[in-house]
Write a protein that binds this ligand. Structure first.
Ligand code: CS2
Ligand code: MN
Length: 375
């Protein structure tokens, strides 16, 4: 594995490359041209400038998160082919700049969904949290307003104010899109980009839907092993792989994360490792769930909050997650995912410096122990 941190670029991030460079063991960043609208072409010069900036700080540009997919591509709208063409040329330009991993997602309207960006925990830190009752109560068109006040002046991925201003229109676009159609549109997109990925050895790494169930009646497809297998089989090419995001698949406690990782050997191109704590969960029929770690989760509409990376603070067994990645010989970029806001930091919720740095070091500690004990 190659330890990295996500960085949004000097114009958007509160964290600097210099700070990232000082986190023990972090060798690279996962970044993006954050100002680009989905569907827009990334020129080779723009990519080159970004890469130079990263390299000047002593870090590697380890991959892109994300080259976002436009709503026209997701819904087979009138600009689909034009946007796919721009995507192909963007991949070509990335390939020419020696960048070989691209994370993206296929979630309709919203990227990840949380109802709180700053839930206060017992230690005074704040975290992102999700409460199903709050989702059921809220008018989806007001979702952005309800959390915007806690963004600390940052622009959060997938929640760009320009897009959110058109949220009603976006919902209309997806009116006739069910999961079958979304799968079809994903297939169309993947088939179109695979040749350029083959040519430049670019790994496409789809990010799961978060939470791993349908929200506001919108279809969500990248949620469990069955659906990932379907996605990989429908365009059967090793460059068509996944971002294994523990915190996103893990929102459904029935997703056995280590087992999924083992089943995905060779197709995980990028890993996001974080922990969360379930406060309540139940299946759609109201029944109780025992999670893959053996935890019997109190029954109720889902409520979870993000936790420290440490196993002891959340519901996941982080040792088992890291061990599974180690066992499949995972060599790609890995990053701590959302961190808590601690030590009075003000930054993008989930993407401050301190707690993610702690996460990066903890994951490396687990990795070293697993490696040495296996010898
Ligand atoms: C999220 C997303 O879990 C995560 O990493 O913060 O913003 C994610 O990066 C995107 O959905 C990937 O395209
Ligand atoms: Mn993630």
């Amino acid at each position: 594995m190659e330890m990295t941190l996500r960085w949004y670029g000097s114009a958007f991030d509160t964290v600097t490359l210099r700070q990232i460079r000082q986190i023990p063991g972090v060798k690279g960043v996962i970044t993006t041209l954050y100002q680009k609208a989905p569907g827009e072409l990334w020129t080779r010069e723009e990519i080159h400038t970004l890469k130079e900036e990263v390299e000047a700080s002593g870090l590697k540009l380890s991959g892109i998160e994300s080259v976002n997919i436009s709503d026209d591509i997701k819904t087979a709208g009138p600009l689909r082919d034009e946007h796919i063409q721009a995507y192909i040329e963007t991949l070509e330009n990335l390939g020419k700049e020696d960048i070989h991993m691209v994370c993206y997602n296929f979630m309709p309207v919203f990227d990840w969904t949380r109802t709180e960006l700053a839930r206060v925990r017992e230690d005074g830190s704040t975290v992102l949290a999700y409460n199903q009752e709050a989702v059921d109560r809220i008018d989806p068109e007001r979702m952005f307003e309800s959390i915007a006040g806690d963004m600390n002046g940052t622009v959060m991925p997938g929640w760009e104010p320009e897009r959110m201003a058109r949220v009603k229109e976006l919902f209309d676009l997806y009116r006739d899109i069910d999961s079958e159609k979304l799968f079809e549109n994903l297939k169309y997109f993947l088939e179109a980009v695979m040749p350029v990925c083959d040519k430049y050895d670019i790994n496409m790494a789809i990010h799961p839907d978060d939470p791993a169930w349908s929200v506001f009646g919108l279809p969500r497809i990248i949620t469990n092993m069955e659906n990932i297998s379907r996605m990989m089989k429908m365009v059967d090419n090793p460059h068509n792989g996944v971002t294994f995001c523990a915190g996103s698949y893990g929102t459904n406690p029935e997703n056995d994360l280590p087992e999924m990782i083992r089943a995905l050997r060779g197709r995980i191109h990028f890993a996001h490792v974080r922990n969360l704590r379930f406060n309540r969960f139940c299946r759609e029929d109201g029944s109780q769930v025992t999670s893959w770690t053996g935890e019997k989760i109190p029954v109720g509409k889902p409520d979870f909050e993000e936790a420290q990376h440490l196993s002891s603070d959340g519901s996941f067994d982080m040792y088992e997650i890291v061990r599974a990645l180690h066992d499949i010989g995972f060599e790609g970029p890995i990053r701590p995912d959302h961190g808590r806001m601690i030590w009075d930091e003000k930054g993008m919720p989930g993407y401050g410096l301190y707690d993610r740095a702690l996460g990066a070091v903890y994951i490396q500690g687990l990795w070293e122990a697993i490696e040495k004990s296996g010898r």
